[in-house]
Design a protein around this ligand. Structure first.
Ligand code: 5RP
Length: 219
């Protein structure tokens, strides 16, 4: 099976986690696009969606799914999103698509994070994928200097402005042995909007697309 077919498979499998009548938290990316297309088949049975990016909002609306303002909802039972890497404890690197901040906000509102990914995303430890960090533009140079002290090679993602007006710094060569500690550390630097380590808001379930079908990992 191709990677694209695996994405379709996990996007469809995620429907089983949608709570009928509830608001669904929706992530961003090519795997989530498959989920949004699958969600359209049950749009009459959900109360709407809270979206993590302008791109997902556009796709949801194109399917006739109502997109709600995150500030108007009391709670979301499940948030469904992809990942750039996920480890065996449900910790993830996210933000390859530059949507990490809104993704983390919606994940924080939600009770459970259901990660959908193809098997290439499952890793022993995080860090091969360059870690995205969203920053307020005037802090970029200072955050680049601070990220070097962690042993990484940071580079500002050229030409990218996030939905929040931020810049993205991608950090290569990090060895993330304690994801929660690194998330806490980088989060507290002035000018950091959010870091793409999802340890505090880690997945509780991962639906992994494999050539043998969808494997469910529970954490
Ligand atoms: C976007 C993300 C995505 O979830 C992540 O990049 C995975 O994307 P894809 O499903 O296209 O591989 O974090 O900011």
């Amino acid at each position: 099976m191709t990677q694209d077919e695996l994405k379709v498979l996990v996007g469809q499998a995620a429907l089983a986690y949608v709570v009928p009548g509830s608001i669904v938290g929706v992530g961003t990316g090519s795997t989530v696009n498959c989920f949004i297309d699958a969600l359209a088949t049950m749009k009459g049975r959900i109360a709407g969606a809270v979206s993590s990016s302008e791109r997902s909002t556009e796709r949801l609306r194109a399917h006739g799914i109502q997109v709600l303002d995150s500030n108007t909802v009391e709670g979301i039972p499940v948030y469904i999103d992809g990942a750039d890497e996920i480890d065996h404890a449900g910790n993830m690197i996210k933000g390859g698509g530059a949507a990490l901040t809104r993704e983390k906000i919606v994940a924080d509102i939600a009770e459970r994070f259901i990660c959908i990914a193809d098997e290439s995303k499952l890793v022993q430890s995080l860090g091969s994928f360059p870690l995205p960090v969203e920053v307020i533009p005037m802090a970029s140079a200072q955050i680049v200097r601070k990220l070097r002290t962690l042993g990484g090679e940071p580079r500002i993602r050229a030409g990218v402005v996030t939905d929040n007006g931020g810049h993205i710094i991608d950090v290569r060569g990090l060895s993330i042995v304690d994801p929660a500690a690194m998330e806490r550390e980088v989060n507290q630097w002035p000018g950091v909007v959010s870091v793409g380590i999802f340890a505090r808001n880690r997945a509780s379930v991962c639906l992994l697309g494999t050539s043998q079908g969808v494997k469910t990992l529970s954490f």
